[in-house]
Design a protein around this ligand. Structure first.
Ligand SMILES: N[C@@H](CCC(=O)N[C@@H](CS)C(=O)NCC(=O)O)C(=O)O
Length: 262
């Protein structure tokens, strides 16, 4: 049975959702980030990068396999089970393209979480930059999902499973899903799946913060921020001023621009 080193966090939920969908037996080995378990030598021996998720597959190719990085784990499990990643053809590359898109852009959403919810003092530049980028990414996904049930390859895939746990945090990112109707429809399709429901709740869901006192403190902080009317008044994509360096880097140069770095 596969050991999954994880906690209640979006990159870990990618893998619980996969295992539930693929009916692949797995066992959660809790690495509670709020307790600093990911910085302990026992876990660093598994993932020297000190991040979840990681897996240990006793039946790996040529012997037991330890693997970390959520995208690599999803691809490995998809190939191991023959599920949720086409084996060849353009659909395979489309799914991998969107999988790589997700894993390489998720940190923007992560930074939106940090700067919108967790800095001791508000940092407007960072809030603007990452809120703007969060919206831009939802626009890209919304355009792709328009007229499609799933993000890539014409069927549910590892790319959907990578995206879903991050879109679950849209409120943290200052995004209202109503502004992105194709994403909203897709999000509901995903959420209705019993396997997704099981995976997104293991070991705990987006509204929970685990058994530790620090987790409870983070949960209280999040609840306070989300209840703040100023937090809810997100900047909509076209009302965030695209000026100077912030506009150029965060929002992309306007089409008639020669590159305004002012
Ligand atoms: N690129 C990695 C990112 C993993 C990651 O950042 N995981 C977060 C939880 S979602 C984590 O372990 N954070 C611990 C920390 O920031 O110290 C992946 O996709 O697996």
């Amino acid at each position: 049975m596969i050991d999954l080193y994880t906690t209640g966090a979006p990159n870990g939920r990618k893998i619980t959702i996969f295992c539930e969908e693929a009916e692949l037996p797995y066992r959660v080995r809790l690495v509670d980030l709020y307790e600093g378990a990911h910085r302990q030598p026992e876990f660093l021996a598994i993932n020297p990068n000190g991040r979840i998720p990681a897996i240990r597959d006793p039946d790996g190719p040529g012997g037991p396999l330890i693997l970390w990085e959520s995208g690599a784990i999803l691809q490995y499990l998809a190939e191991k089970t023959g599920r949720f990643l086409p084996q060849s053809g353009p659909a395979r590359w489309e799914v991998l393209q969107w999988l790589y898109f997700q894993v390489s852009h998720a940190p923007y959403w992560g930074q939106a979480h940090v700067f919108r919810l967790f800095t001791p003092e508000p940092m407007p530049f960072a809030i603007e930059r990452y809120t703007r980028e969060a919206h831009r990414l939802y626009r890209v996904i919304d355009d792709q999902l328009a007229g499609r049930d799933w993000i890539a390859g014409g069927a549910l895939s590892v790319a959907d499973m990578a995206l879903f746990p991050w879109v679950e945090y849209h409120r943290w990112q200052g995004v209202a899903l109503e502004d992105f109707p194709a994403v909203l429809g897709w999000f509901r399709r995903m959420a209705e799946r019993p396997a997704v429901a099981r995976g997104r709740a293991n070991p705990w869901g987006v509204e929970a913060f685990g058994p530790s006192a620090r987790g409870a403190a983070v949960g209280a902080k999040v609840a306070e921020r989300l209840a703040d009317p100023a937090f809810g008044a997100r900047p909509a994509p076209d009302t965030v001023p695209a000026t100077g360096v912030t506009g150029w880097i965060g929002g992309g140069a306007p089409p008639d621009s020669k590159g305004d770095t002012g």
